[in-house]
Write a protein that binds this ligand. Structure first.
Ligand code: ASP
Length: 323
């Protein structure tokens, strides 16, 4: 009996060990499926329009913004991205509309339905604070529509960071605004505009970008407007975010955000009515430019000082009188 019993016990032990090793083998899969299902159920109660669809390759939880059929609106303002070489003028001239730009990127059709608005067609040194304000109003109107997931702005590189920062200071909604540009004209050899537009549209259509304000997208890299700057007058990877680095990047089929800007201050002014001048310090600066700015009726002056905001002694009397 004992023998029979121990033999039986041995069979039971072997069966238990087999079952346990099978469980150890299947456990990761079971955990994934369970969490996947739980997330799926849970997401119904988290936020309407968002569905957690598990994790992607990099382990970042994707929250697919319910953008079924929602559009990305391309707002074109001009810049090299939309320029072609004119032999008569021997230079680049505004030549392409938003539609022309998209026609050079067939893949866009697989990303999101598009709509085009030709806001302006100017080289970006001609951008003014008033233009930027009007662009802000236009973008907020567009993003308020239910059929819109996000918007991109094509722009010149020279003042891209200024316009992007201006828009970011005033963009209080969750939908993405992605600004982009190009270092090579539409008619140049291997223009960078098409890939920049594709990456910008991918980002504007992505749930990863929801709630991040405005992002600057060139060279498949994403930057926060308050941190990015143009570092070279010709190099395609000219936009860099010194010190903190980019916010993320656009891979062939996905948007990867690695950092979210913190301490972003935003405003909601009703109008743009104050003239504020910028005076850059140079060695030997005096009060002259400050007095001139005040004489022109500006309501504020930003002085770009040295180091931690030091200014040449000759400026101080002008600053004291101006305030
Ligand atoms: N060269 C500039 C550009 O890259 C011209 C501009 O900013 O409009 O777009």
């Amino acid at each position: 009996m004992t023998t029979v019993f121990s033999a039986q016990r041995q069979t039971e032990t072997e069966a238990r060990e087999k079952a346990h090793s099978a469980y150890r083998l299947l456990r990761p899969f079971l955990i994934y499926v369970t969490s996947f299902t739980a997330c799926g159920q849970l997401s119904r109660y988290i936020r309407p329009g968002y569905t957690i669809i598990g994790t992607n390759k990099t382990g970042t939880t994707l929250a697919a913004y319910d953008k079924a059929g929602k559009k990305v609106v391309v707002v074109a303002t001009g810049g090299t991205i939309a320029m072609k070489y004119d032999p008569e003028k021997d230079g680049l001239v505004p030549a392409c509309t938003g539609e022309d730009l998209a026609a050079a990127v067939p893949e866009l059709a697989n990303v999101a339905p598009l709509e085009f608005i030709q806001f302006s067609n100017i080289a970006s040194p001609a951008m003014t604070p008033q233009n930027m304000w009007n662009l802000h109003i236009k973008l907020e109107e567009i993003l308020a529509r239910d059929d819109v997931a996000g918007a991109i702005v094509t722009h010149g590189t020279d003042t891209l960071e200024e316009t992007s920062y201006f828009l970011d200071l005033l963009h209080n909604g969750p939908k993405p605004i992605v600004t982009t540009a190009a270092m090579r004209g539409a008619g140049d050899t291997s223009p960078d505009g098409p890939m920049n537009i594709l990456s910008a549209v991918r980002t504007a259509a992505s749930s990863q970008a929801v709630g991040l304000g405005v992002m600057v997208c060139l060279n498949e890299t994403l930057h926060a407007p308050a941190e990015v700057t143009k570092t070279h007058s010709a190099y395609p990877a000219t936009f860099q975010s010194p010190w903190w680095g980019p916010s993320g990047y656009v891979d062939s089929d996905r948007v990867v955000i690695r950092r979210k800007p913190l301490n972003v201050v935003r405003f909601a002014p009703k109008t743009l009515n104050a003239r504020v001048d910028l005076i850059k310090c140079m060695t030997g600066s005096t009060r002259d430019y400050i007095d001139f700015a005040v004489s022109q009726g500006c309501q504020g002056i930003v002085i770009e000082g040295f180091g931690r905001g030091n200014v040449p002694p000759g400026m101080i009397p002008g600053i004291e009188d101006a305030v």
